[in-house]
Design a protein around this ligand. Structure first.
Ligand code: SF4
Length: 513
């Protein structure tokens, strides 16, 4: 055999560089459902089922096109596993197939890339790692950018990417609509028109392949969190294209206005949920952006919605990918705020009196999904305010979200959300009191806590911990211009009130940890 092309679970792209020069008469594909990848963090069962179902559909499509695929399925019973890791599985198959070379596209996880490189070296087979073309800024391009723009925030990168790719800019490189950023137009609460006015996203009913996977996961991973009921995820490229078309037709126009809103029983609102398809490479970033721009032109869609969506894909997504590869593996060892508390048990169960966290966790257990404000300002906000160990939060994030791959999950959870990187991804800690959650959701209605109160038995834990966080980290935050307003508000509070908040925070954290 000439080349054995390794295709990982988040690389389901027939147009990827892995297939450049592929010759089915002398090359083959290798794919593996690997026990360690489902258990190194305690994965949501829907996440496991989604990856396996998408992989098996991709395998069958390759075989239908005449390609030989060496594929290892998970056994129903872990006792029947022949191997547990990529390296062990590769060892068996390389001994059997004797390829001249292994080929893989850049993996999405530093740990996996290291494991494959080490395994190939031990087996004495060259491993060729090819560029992941699904990103619009490669690892090396980002490194060159970062060298030329040291310490610059995502906003600078985003503008550079807009100009570089000619997206929403005129011939002179000026932004469409005269502004780079429409965030101030995109902070409307939901619900004024009543829940349900957003068209629900399409449902992709499980076929026989997906149902077989669901049965396997139900039997083998019964102790893992999350529900498998109502599996509706896109597991093929056709599904991904249908999801994109549906978003562009029905939700894109409203995306901007409500992108920060949260509402009980409305997990998706006007969000696209395309991250699940993008991160498994069922669809590409450029084709998603092009579809959005084409619809914007044809239907004169609101610029704040179009720019807001482009910012997520061309800005944030590419930026965190670049940051991950520039700073790994040391990135995951940082802990700028020296946080060390354990992750509260209710992150896995939703059993808490805090209605916002209970509702978001209920949604997460059912769908393995929450949109970015639920992740950042409910789950992440509480963990940051409560001083949770950032790695514990990050591992939970990787385990529980269906679209989580390490390159995107780690910088978002660890950097943007928990500020553990000291400001590489976000220029300040993203914290807010219960008042913010009250403004942007309906969660506080019916909650036993009062978002306006910072001390006393009815105090909202977010509000208490918000002021306590500022108090605890006052010296550390004093040099950050973006925190000055919050610190001035803290300083304006009477000493007795600050003492009462501190006392309430201690009582709450002891009770809730
Ligand atoms: Fe969450 Fe506080 Fe609102 Fe309750 S009052 S839902 S704990 S923000």
């Amino acid at each position: 055999m000439r080349h054995l092309v390794l295709v990982l679970g988040d690389q389901l792209d027939r147009a990827s560089a892995a297939f450049d020069g592929f010759d089915a008469s002398v090359d083959a594909v290798w794919m593996s459902e690997t026990p360690h990848e489902t258990t190194h963090v305690r994965c949501h069962r829907l996440r496991i089922a989604f990856f396996l179902a998408a992989m098996r559909h991709f395998r069958d499509d390759l075989r239908a096109s005449g390609i030989e695929v060496r594929y290892a399925e998970l056994a129903a019973d872990p006792a029947d596993d022949r191997t547990r890791t990529f390296a062990e599985r590769l060892g068996l198959d390389v001994a059997d197939l004797r390829p001249e070379r292994l080929v893989v596209v850049e993996p999405g996880d530093w740990r996996v890339e290291n494991e494959l490189s080490t395994a190939a070296a031990a087996l004495g087979v060259p491993l060729e790692i090819r560029v992941d073309r699904s990103f619009l800024c490669s690892r090396t391009e980002f490194a060159a950018y970062a060298d030329a723009h040291p310490g610059q925030p995502m906003e600078t990168f985003y503008r550079w990417m807009r100009r570089r790719h000619g997206i929403l800019v005129d011939a002179d490189g000026n932004p469409a609509g005269g502004r780079w950023n429409f965030d101030t137009d995109n902070r409307h609460a939901f619900g004024r028109a009543g829940p349900g006015f957003v068209v629900a996203p399409p449902v992709f009913e499980p076929d026989a392949i997906t149902r077989e996977v669901i049965d396997l996961v139900a039997a083998r991973f019964s102790g893992h969190p999350g529900s498998l009921d109502g599996f509706d995820l896109p597991v093929t490229r056709d599904h991904a294209l249908a999801l994109l078309a549906d978003f562009v037709a029905h939700r894109l126009a409203d995306f901007g206005f409500h992108q920060d809103a949260m509402w009980t029983g409305e997990p998706v609102l006007a969000h696209s949920r395309l991250s699940v398809a993008l991160n498994l490479k069922l669809i590409g970033a450029r084709e998603v952006i092009d579809a959005v721009l084409a619809a914007a032109d044809a239907d004169a869609l609101p610029l704040n919605s179009v720019e807001g969506f482009v910012r997520q894909v061309l800005g944030w997504r590419e930026y965190v990918h670049g940051v991950y590869w520039r700073h790994m593996p040391g990135y995951a060892t940082r802990n700028a705020l020296e946080a060390s508390a354990p992750l509260p048990a209710f992150y896995w169960t939703g059993e808490t009196e805090m209605r916002c966290l209970a509702e978001c966790t209920r949604q997460l257990l059912g769908h393995a999904y929450a949109h970015h404000i639920q992740r950042l300002m409910v789950f992440g906000n509480y963990a940051l305010l409560a001083g949770v160990d950032p790695l514990a939060f990050s591992d939970w994030h990787l385990a529980m979200f269906v679209d989580a791959v390490d390159w995107v999950s780690l910088p978002n959870a660890f950097g943007m959300s928990q500020h553990a990187d000291g400001g590489i991804v976000g220029t300040k800690p993203y914290i807010a009191s219960g008042r913010y959650i009250d403004r942007m959701s309906d969660y506080c209605r019916g909650c036993r806590f009062d978002p306006k109160q910072a001390s006393g038995d009815d105090a909202c834990p977010f509000t208490t911990l918000y002021w306590d966080f500022l108090d605890r980290h006052r010296e550390r935050l004093a040099g950050n211009p973006r925190m000055q307003h919050a610190l001035e508000n803290l300083d304006a509070r009477p000493a007795g009130e600050r003492a009462a908040i501190r006392a309430r925070a201690r009582v709450w954290l002891e009770r809730a940890s």
